[in-house]
Design a protein around this ligand. Structure first.
Ligand code: HEM
Length: 285
């Protein structure tokens, strides 16, 4: 109880660190104060760690830049100006996504598939019936092939109708045509792999059609069959083309295709070009 006015009250002796000494009943206050200090220290430590974590990507990027000199290229890529675009421009990326999905599901299928005339059919049945999520992954790969075909044609149509095949993008158009042919080769070589009656006879027909082509036709058919007749080597040849040769080529060509898209930019939509032409015509008048 405070009976005396402030200045006359007896002062408690100070503790060595300058804080007033504790008096009975003061304990709760002191404990509360210490807990608050500890909490503030913890919060400061958390803040320091958060800031250090934010620094990590920056130092990783700096480390890489010092060793590769990729900095200016990445700045050019990320800060380049892009024209106002619309949904039509997403078709190329959608095709790219379909390609990546085929690559990922294909890797999982390859873990169980056996490319031999005696084992191919049973290994596909094993994937469908026994392997965990096998049917789903197989379905994604099978339907993904169809989706990729549809998307690539829609993307081709977009680039054609927007006049993106003209100067200076002719090379990118040619790369695109090669990508389209390679996507079809993926479809053809993949179709044989389940090795059931339908896939076998459909491939016989397709290869015979190839052989009727001019000049290179018969050679191409011999190359695909691995000889004059369908034999034990045909399926391993189709498998090697399907999972190594063509995907490798496609990955390299997609890289070149995207490099040119970044370098040249995308074509403006025809209605924007028409608007610009009208504005120019007005200025001339
Ligand atoms: C695996 C197949 C393909 C992938 C992954 C792919 C990917 C892309 C991407 C992401 C773009 C930029 C965004 C866009 O304009 O949509 C693009 C642009 C382009 N693509 Fe493809 N593409 C493929 C096949 C094709 C085909 C078959 C053609 C034509 C024959 C083609 C011709 C072009 C052209 C000319 C451009 C430039 C577009 C412009 O300047 O506006 N691409 N591609």
């Amino acid at each position: 109880m405070k009976l005396l006015p402030g200045p006359l009250r007896r002062r408690r002796p100070a503790e060595p660190d300058g804080r007033p000494a504790a008096v009975p009943g003061d304990g709760d206050l002191r404990r509360g104060h210490d807990a608050l200090v500890r909490e503030r220290e913890k919060e400061a430590e958390r803040q320091r760690r958060r800031e250090a974590a934010l620094e990590v990507p920056i130092s990783v990027a700096g480390w890489l830049d010092e060793r590769t000199g990729l900095g200016p290229f990445m700045r050019g890529l990320l800060y380049r100006k892009v024209p106002p675009s619309n949904w039509f421009y997403t078709l190329g990326s959608a095709t790219l996504f379909a390609f990546l999905s085929q690559a990922v599901t294909g890797v999982f299928l390859a873990m169980y598939y056996r490319p031999s005339a005696t084992e191919a059919y049973t290994s596909v049945q094993h994937i469908t019936n026994d392997v965990f999520l096998g049917q789903l992954v197989r379905g994604m790969h099978k339907w993904g092939a169809t989706v990729m075909m549809i998307l690539i044609f829609l993307h081709l149509g977009r680039t054609f109708f927007f006049g993106a095949y003209k100067y200076p993008r002719e090379l990118n158009w040619i790369i695109g045509v090669v990508l389209l042919v390679l996507t079809m080769v993926m479809g053809l070589t993949g179709y044989l792999l389940p090795f059931d009656q339908r896939s076998f006879w459909a491939t016989v027909v397709a290869v015979n059609l190839n052989s009727s082509g001019p000049i290179i036709g018969p050679y191409l058919a011999d190359f695909l069959r691995g000889g004059a007749e369908f034999g034990a080597t045909t399926i391993s040849r189709f498998y090697a083309i399907h999972m190594l040769l063509v995907p490798g080529l496609m990955a390299a060509l997609i890289g070149a295709h995207l490099y040119l898209v970044v370098k040249l930019g995308v074509t403006a939509p025809p209605w924007m070009k028409a608007e610009k032409a009208r504005e120019l015509a007005k200025e001339e008048i």
